[in-house]
Design a protein around this ligand. Structure first.
Ligand code: NAP
Length: 225
């Protein structure tokens, strides 16, 4: 069974996830940070695209000691399984996500990935090969389901989220909208990629909740099937 997928992003008031140079920006405040940590701690796995790993070098660990302890008391590892979507196995072996904190790592690559890089990667992560030129996301989710992952959080970036939405794999989206304008037509947004042309292809959402958090607003959407 495929996991249910919850996307979480923070965007500026003008809908950007970072600068046009893909430099990480602090968009939310401490209350939203704590919310994201709780959301992560409640998931079995957390996923990012290789673009985010190369730009931000996130560890995607749970930060709050109480949440880590709660997970352990419930018989789960301190941190969710960390998953990277990386067709060409470009992830550097020293990336924080492969080295910080205990727990399983999964890197999904495509068949075109260099075998020597994949062999090196296997020393640090479970490697899933799915797809020829780019990672086949439905197959990866099937594999994650077989590994017992029931709830998967996706932290971005916009290219990966677009791929997941396009494949009909996303169930919920949290968008935190912060009180800054980043600007730039090439700055990443919630869903990048090539984009749809026909209105009938657009993903349709239902607004489940709206909450004021820090100096911005949190929107909780569910994706209509
Ligand atoms: P990304 O979405 O993290 O990664 C995209 C890459 O994933 C693709 O270029 C592709 O690279 C790989 N991929 C493999 N198979 C794919 C598939 N089927 N569909 C989609 N992607 C696939 O990268 P990004 O769009 O450049 O986003 C990075 C930016 O987002 C950074 O600036 C980061 O700071 C920002 N960000 C912001 C937030 C926020 O909440 N504000 C969160 C996360 C990231 P390969 O072909 O090499 O595999």
């Amino acid at each position: 069974m495929r996991p249910s997928v919850v996307v979480n992003v923070a965007m500026s008031a003008d809908g950007k996830l970072s600068t046009r140079e893909r430099r990480q920006v602090k968009i939310s405040g401490s209350n939203d940070f704590a919310r994201v940590d709780r959301l992560k701690a409640g998931c079995d796995a957390v996923m990012v695209g290789i673009g985010t790993v190369l730009a931000d070098d996130p560890s995607l660990t749970v930060k709050n000691p109480d949440l880590k302890a709660e997970r352990q008391q419930g018989g789960r590892p301190e941190h969710p399984v960390r998953v990277v979507i990386d067709s060409g196995a470009r992830i550097p072996p020293e990336a924080a996500i492969l080295n910080k904190g205990d727990g399983l790592r999964v890197v999904a690559v495509a068949e075109r990935a260099d075998p020597a890089r994949v062999a090196t990667l296997r020393e640090k992560a479970t490697v899933i090969t799915a797809g020829r030129d780019e990672v086949d996301l439905p197959r990866v989710l099937d594999e994650l389901g077989h590994m017992g992952i029931r709830r998967l959080m996706v932290e971005g970036g916009g290219t990966l989220i677009a791929g997941l939405v396009r494949a009909g794999l996303v169930d919920e989206i949290y968008t935190y909208i912060g009180s800054i304008v980043i600007s730039g037509k090439d700055a990443p947004t919630l869903a990048d990629g090539e984009g749809w042309v026909r209105e009938s292809d657009f993903a349709r959402l239902t607004l489940a909740d709206v909450t004021r958090v820090d100096d911005g607003v949190l929107l909780h959407w569910t994706v209509r099937r």
